[in-house]
Design a protein around this ligand. Structure first.
Ligand SMILES: NC(=O)c1ccc[n+]([C@@H]2O[C@H](COP(=O)([O-])OP(=O)(O)OC[C@H]3O[C@@H](n4cnc5c(N)ncnc54)[C@H](OP(=O)(O)O)[C@@H]3O)[C@@H](O)[C@H]2O)c1
Length: 277
């Protein structure tokens, strides 16, 4: 039994993983926005092994609040599984001034991984599982306009976030050379989930077909559960639909990872939010 933190654990793959973890006797800490779904999850468990923390993870301040609460309530965290996602066909900016996809699918994952590292390091086999989109044919990072202020497109933002998460994993390892925590990138492949988002008509049609033809959530949960149970030996690894892929190509380039880290620190230091994480 371990303590597993799951962002986006109120629905989709994160929700399926939350149920699987409860079934095998883990304690789970689910972070999501929808209080009703969170309450239902805790009630189904009888309130013993499940904790729900309501938060809007597109906000840096909320990520810092969540990190502080988890760090204080759960001194040992065995796994952090990052699943929260939301799609915007139209460019949307958070109240802190960040483009929403960048904030939720990348910045939040940076803050939670870094912020919970001390708690992870107290576990026997700690692991961060970043459920995103590693795979062949990585897209470029729009380095000069990473938040796509000038030419926004929801799919471009989503695809870029996958690449940013590759680099997040690639940068985590050299930043924490002595850490025992394994960083695992997982692309579950097309899965029939809730596909939380605000879609224009053309994307909505595509999403409906993904909901009809995507594989069942349980199929995408199983490889993630295996990684939590028995993390890979390598500090960084990546899987596509359960199969291992290499992490030595340009998609994971250390120089790009370092560049992203500098860019991230610059954005965060420019933000007038008290730093607790
Ligand atoms: N489904 C696929 O085909 C597919 C393919 C490749 C990769 N992935 C990756 O797999 C992961 C899970 O995707 P999914 O399809 O299972 O997701 P999903 O069904 O759309 O569920 C999204 C989850 O994110 C939460 N969320 C949304 N906005 C949030 C916010 N601002 N703050 C906190 N939580 C928020 C939702 O919480 P509430 O319900 O509480 O609002 C929900 O639990 C994602 O990282 C996605 O990129 C999925």
């Amino acid at each position: 039994m371990g303590t597993v933190v799951i962002t986006g654990g109120t629905d989709g793959i994160g929700g399926g993983l939350a149920r699987a973890c409860l079934d095998r006797g883990d304690r789970i800490v689910v972070v999501g926005r929808d209080e009703a779904k969170g309450r239902a999850l805790v009630a189904a468990d009888g309130g013993t092994a499940a904790t729900f923390i309501a938060a809007d993870l597109s906000l840096v301040s909320e990520n810092r609040r969540v990190v502080a609460e988890i760090a204080q309530r759960f001194p040992v965290v065995d796994a952090v599984v990052l699943c929260a996602r939301f799609y915007h066909s139209r460019r949307t900016v958070t109240s802190e001034g960040f483009e929403h996809t960048f904030a939720l699918l990348y910045l939040s994952r940076f803050l939670l991984g870094e912020g919970l590292l001390d708690n992870l390091e107290r576990a026997d086999q700690p692991v961060i599982v970043n459920v995103a989109g590693p795979g062949p044919n990585p897209v470029d990072v729009h380095w000069d306009d990473v938040q796509l202020a000038h030419d926004y497109d929801g799919t471009t933002a989503l695809m870029q976030s996958g690449r940013l998460n590759n680099l997040l994993g690639a940068g985590f390892v050299p930043r924490h050379p002595a850490a025992r925590t394994r960083y695992v990138l997982v692309n579950p492949g097309s899965t029939a989930t809730s596909f939380a988002g605000e879609y224009d008509a053309s994307v909505a049609a595509h999403i409906e077909s993904m909901k009809r033809f995507g594989k069942p959530v349980a199929q995408s949960v199983a490889p993630i559960a295996r990684v939590i149970e028995s993390p890979p030996r390598e500090p960084l690894s990546a899987f596509v639909e359960g199969g291992r892929i290499g992490v030595d190509d340009a998609a994971f380039a250390p120089a790009d990872a370092a560049r992203l880290h500098d860019l991230t620190e610059g954005l965060l230091s420019a933000l007038a939010v008290p730093r607790e994480a």
